[in-house]
Design a protein around this ligand. Structure first.
Ligand SMILES: Cc1cc2nc3c(=O)[nH]c(=O)nc-3n(C[C@H](O)[C@H](O)[C@H](O)COP(=O)(O)OP(=O)(O)OC[C@H]3O[C@@H](n4cnc5c(N)ncnc54)[C@H](O)[C@@H]3O)c2cc1C
Length: 367
């Protein structure tokens, strides 16, 4: 068996580590000059996507042999709407760095990989398929999956972010759900450390946002964050992404090609979280290649979560600021904590059922 992995990101590297542990040495093809060679940003790994209250970092090391060092645990999340504020406290998840940093998640994983990584790769999928018995598609987007008619793109989002300096509680994150600031979108602040944080605004590229310029939204949003924190927050770095695609592949495996990470459909349309599923799809594709499981079956629960998350996203598009105020008011209290931390319910599923009345008939929403 000769396995090629296209892409040395989260899913590709998780796949390589798992294959190696089971005696298969893949070859990894990466188009960039080194692992994580892109802008630096902070990301969150929320326990709500595994099991509420569960320690996801412990789960990755104990169950899957993926050793990840986050920058901090998340102990508090403050959600601001236009007039309300909800504070969730408890073991909410973890913060980590991505991109061109020594301790980014992809850099950490690459140090656990022994297989060769061929940088500056220009190999096409077709070339890899001709030279290898199996190909793992881990390029971080649906491009190839779309080309092979194996990807249903549901939406794209555009994001603008900055690294800012200031004084931060590194265990606390902030979210803004205010459609005057980010129409049908959101903003957030994730600290890298006590002195640096990532401030990001994101909006869906839906018809009613046509003509809305992210650049123009940035200034009032940045001003709002500065006022809220009572700090100047000088910018030291910036990034912008337009039309970041979210969707789901039709089949997780076609012939001897496995679709993992964002090529599978790991990005949750509700708020754009994708790391958890990206890592696990890499692991599960490797299980299939090693005869330890069936990739389609192992990934079936992720499809369901994706559909629930899509319902939430569509519902968000039907709401206005008054609705958001009402939701945030409910979240700020025992019910919010119960929804987030309850062990026996799937909060995404419950929330998606609660939000269904808001969703006009949309394609791709399953019952
Ligand atoms: C700004 C931003 C913020 C985010 N925040 C969060 C968050 O807070 N929490 C969360 O859970 N998720 C978040 N996500 C989503 C998360 O980062 C992704 O879901 C996850 O990284 C997907 O992993 P992947 O392995 O599919 O792709 P990636 O980790 O992006 O890796 C893809 C790799 O493939 C390489 N590649 C691309 N094309 C080729 C090619 N043709 N040949 C060879 N190599 C190629 C790329 O260079 C890259 O190294 C965020 C995403 C963005 C953009």
């Amino acid at each position: 068996m000769k396995v090629a992995i296209m892409g040395a990101g989260l899913s590709g590297l998780a796949c390589a580590i798992t294959l190696e542990r089971n005696g298969i040495e893949p070859v990894i093809f990466e188009k960039r000059s080194r692992v994580g060679d892109r802008f630096v940003n902070a990301e969150a790994l929320l326990s709500i996507f595994s099991r509420p209250g569960q320690d996801v970092i412990a789960k990755f090391s104990e169950e899957y042999g993926l050793y990840l060092h986050p920058t901090a645990s998340i102990e508090q999340m403050t959600i601001h709407s236009q007039r309300e504020k909800a504070v969730l406290k408890g073991p909410l998840g973890f913060l980590n760095i991505r991109g061109r940093e020594e301790d980014s998640f992809e850099a950490q994983l690459s140090r656990q990989v022994k297989s060769p990584i061929r940088f500056h790769s220009e190999e096409t999928y077709e070339q890899l398929l001709a030279d290898y018995t199996h190909v793992v598609m881990a390029t971080g987007d649906g491009d190839y999956a779309k080309k092979t008619h194996n990807f249903r793109e549901d939406l794209t989002v555009s994001l603008k972010g900055a690294t800012v300096e200031g004084r931060f509680d590194r265990y606390a994150v902030k979210v803004w759900m205010d459609y005057d600031l980010a129409p049908k979108g959101y903003g957030y602040l994730l600290p890298f450390s006590e002195t640096e944080a990532n401030v990001v605004i994101g909006i869906p590229d839906i018809p009613e946002n046509r003509g809305v310029e992210l650049e123009k939204l940035w200034e009032p949003y940045y001003q709002k964050v500065r006022t809220e924190l009572g700090q100047e927050l000088p910018v030291t770095d910036e990034f912008q992404i337009t039309h970041y695609p979210m969707g789901m592949c039709n089949r997780a495996r076609i012939g001897n090609t496995f679709y993992v990470g964002n090529c599978f459909g790991s990005l949750m349309p509700f708020l754009g979280f994708g790391q958890y599923v990206a890592l696990l799809t890499g692991v599960f594709a490797a299980y299939d290649l090693c005869g330890l499981g069936n990739y389609e079956e192992l990934t079936a629960p992720f499809r369901q979560s994706y559909e629930h998350s899509l319902v939430l996203r569509r519902a968000m598009e039907q709401l206005d600021n008054a609705d958001l105020d009402r939701i945030v008011r409910v979240l700020d209290g025992p019910l919010g904590n119960k929804l987030y931390f309850a062990k026996r319910i799937n909060p995404l599923k419950v929330a998606s059922y609660l939000m269904r009345p808001y969703v006009k008939i949309k394609q791709g929403v399953t019952s």
